[in-house]
Unconditional design. Sequence first.
Length: 120
Amino acid sequence: MAPSSMARVSGRAGPEAPIDLVQLATNTLGNRDLEVQVLHLFKSQSSSTLERLACETDKTARLDLVHTLKGSALAIGAERVAVVCENLEGRMQSTTEPATEGLIAAVDEANQYIRDLLEG
């Protein structure tokens, strides 16, 4: 199969989807192999980031983790994850231990979508 966008192949694009497949295709120039690679990378990196965030006590390091995750989310079109990261960054400025349950839920939703998309 020639390189093509998952957005056109999967039929799962839509405003309710945790990942904007059109944005993903735009960011990867429609290269399906690259789309698959960055989705796998996000799934791995986001899980690792959540684990590190749970153990990290340094405020600056925590902010860096959340900020990096936000950038990764934007790169694959995971807008909900990016918005939750943005909100969490703001709360981290004023609170020593802001709740991360919303971030965990958003990442879990995006990663489940990725699993369904890639294995489906």
